[in-house]
Design a protein. Structure first.
Length: 278
């Protein structure tokens, strides 16, 4: 299991442990105290992503790799984000994640300069008892919050899944789960940091990998183009798609697009190699 499971799972997958959504995990910020700096601008751990990008742009790859290494060493000691398939997102909503509220995506606001203002635009979700205090931070929720029932939340997640958004659970500045984001490359900060800069601590691979059952697959190509991690490719020798397990993050977007149930989720723990590839 992943590093968050080691810290918070109590022997199980960390996001299936109800205590990680518990009220005791939430602490009010002290008056006048600023929120923790995000990884994109953080100076902790020996450097910032901005410094790494500048070094790369200047052709100084030694400084780039050294800065990313130091950031990862620091980042691996802190909570992070993890890819979660749609089916388990819905289980979380139904079993332990309430209340939930849809809200605007802070990543898209940063990359596009756009603010989502209604349910048809909201693509991120706050969940757990921390949502009861959202009114205390109006500057964070300027686009508003739409609280959803479990049924509404499941339909909302399916809506974004159909549009090819990766689902990610987020830990919000501490050892609790506070967000379920639905985003894509290049807008998503964690995905972009992992893919473009190799920052492993920004995004942890899912607990599963996707596997093609070739006897069920007819090579229709419905799944092609859904993978944002370059793990799914067309294999001309068999005229069917092939998934590279080393590159798979287990987002299951290929699986939810398959009309023949030819793609399944397999626990990463079942592979002696992949259980250590996060």
């Amino acid at each position: 299991m992943c590093r968050m499971c080691d810290w918070l799972g109590d022997g199980e997958i960390w996001y299936k442990n109800p205590k990680n959504y518990a009220n005791r995990m939430y602490k009010l910020r002290e008056p006048g105290k600023k929120a923790a700096t995000s990884i994109s601008g953080a100076g902790g751990g020996g450097g910032s992503l901005a410094q790494a990008i500048e070094a790369k742009a200047n052709g100084d790859m030694d400084t780039f790799h050294e800065t990313i290494k130091k950031m990862d060493e620091h980042g691996m000691t802190r909570p992070g984000a993890q890819v979660v398939p749609l089916s388990e997102c819905i289980d979380i909503i139904n079993d332990i994640g309430m209340p939930v509220g849809a809200m605007h995506c802070i990543c898209r606001k940063g990359t596009r300069g756009e603010e989502e203002n209604d349910l048809n635009q909201y693509s991120c979700m706050g969940l757990g008892t921390g949502m009861f205090k959202w009114e205390r931070w109006p500057e964070r929720y300027r686009g508003g919050v739409k609280f959803l029932s479990p049924k509404e939340a499941a339909e909302w997640l399916e809506y974004w899944d159909e549009r090819g958004m990766v689902h990610m659970l987020m830990q919000e500045g501490g050892d609790f789960i506070g967000g379920l984001c639905n985003c894509d490359y290049p807008d998503c900060g964690p995905i972009r940091h992992r893919i473009d800069y190799g920052l492993q601590s920004a995004l942890t691979k899912g607990e599963y990998i996707c596997d093609v059952e070739y006897d069920k697959c007819n090579g229709c190509g419905q799944c092609l183009g859904r993978c944002q991690f370059n793990a799914l490719k067309y294999e001309p020798t068999i005229d069917k798609p092939n998934i590279d397990p080393m590159e798979c993050y287990g987002c299951a977007l290929c699986m939810t697009a398959c009309t023949r149930n030819a793609i399944t989720l397999v626990s990463r723990e079942t592979s002696p190699v992949l259980k250590n590839v996060w």
